[in-house]
Design a protein around this ligand. Sequence first.
Ligand code: UT7
Length: 365
Amino acid sequence: MTFSCPFIIIVKDYFVNQTIVAFPRFLGERFELLGSVEIINSQLIGTGSCIPDFVLTNAMLETMVDTSDEWIVKRTGVRERRIAKNTHTWELALGAAQNALADAGISAEELDLILVSTCTPDTNTPNTASVLQDKLGARQVGAVDINNACAGFVSATDIADSFIKAGKAKTVLVVSAETLHRITDYTDRSTCILFGDGAAAAVYRATGNENVGIQSTFIAADGSGAEYLYMEALPVEDPFAAERPVDPKARFLKMQGAAVVRFTAHAVPLAIDTALQRAGVSADEIDWVVPHQANLRILDVIAKRYHLPKEKVYVNMDRYGNTSSASVPICLDEMRKNGLLQAGQTIVCTGFGGGLTYGAFVLKL
Ligand code: UT7
């Protein structure tokens, strides 16, 4: 039986003969927070990252596959990447989350929602977000994984922003954590030169100030290009067959790199244009583009397309390679720590990759 009044809900659970008292945390909070103002934005209040120590250089890769430092630097921009040997994805996620909470100056108990983007979870169940909820000591709030490949952080931010704008959450943690070495074939020179491991997190909090926070978001997918970036999760098989052969390479990511580059040529401008339009922001108002660190040539195309000096398109893939969904928040955290992000700036973040998925958001600091 349930009795309710505006301030308290009492649930009598006859099965365990226990009385549960649940405060309707968000009931009316929208108005409590903002009075009669109808606008809620999601302000970035903290970032953190967790970068593995082990450095895999181009010189090391030269000893593993038929490649050269010159080819890798010229075609991708990557000089080295980090590898999280013998490390779980959740461990990277936890490190990043703790650093972000410390940066935001809040405790895990203040979180109303935990979102983890990863395409390299340790387990299919439990999801990484539930593991993180426990390890962080957060309350039993929603904890959801998002598998949207390299667009994962942008997608998770879109969801975080939607919860905040709907008044369903006040403070949301978004963590992107990847251990891509576990799905990388170190005999395939077309992929192993690109990918690295890492994690980073962002804390978003509701604000009534319309001039700061997430101004717009956009996400989309074109599943017709699924085969261009492909990794099997579970084999499709006859469970009753006499033999159930296991392909040791099935877990490795396969990529048709040139096809992905062609996709980015239209998908990335579409994502950025849409996010800018929705925010009512013009290209010349952009202070920084923070793109997924896929390939330096793609980032150069973005700079040209928006008539931005190259320095306004943030790059760190020379040091970390492509860390899939973690790449955008790793950039944000690095920029924040280096004092590159200042109040009043307008930032465009964009992610794109497997799915094929793509998206962007506009953030005012
Ligand atoms: O994060 C998700 C999104 N991912 C991306 O956006 C990745 C997009 N793709 C890329 O970054 C590029 O396509 C690659 C870096 C993967 C490849 O560069 P490319 O300029 O597209 O090269 P390609 O695949 O067209 O290959 C050109 C040549 C080939 O040799 P042949 O057939 O012309 O003789 C490849 O076998 O380069 C060869 N090649 C290499 N040579 C030396 C491919 N990988 C290597 C390598 N070292 N590591």
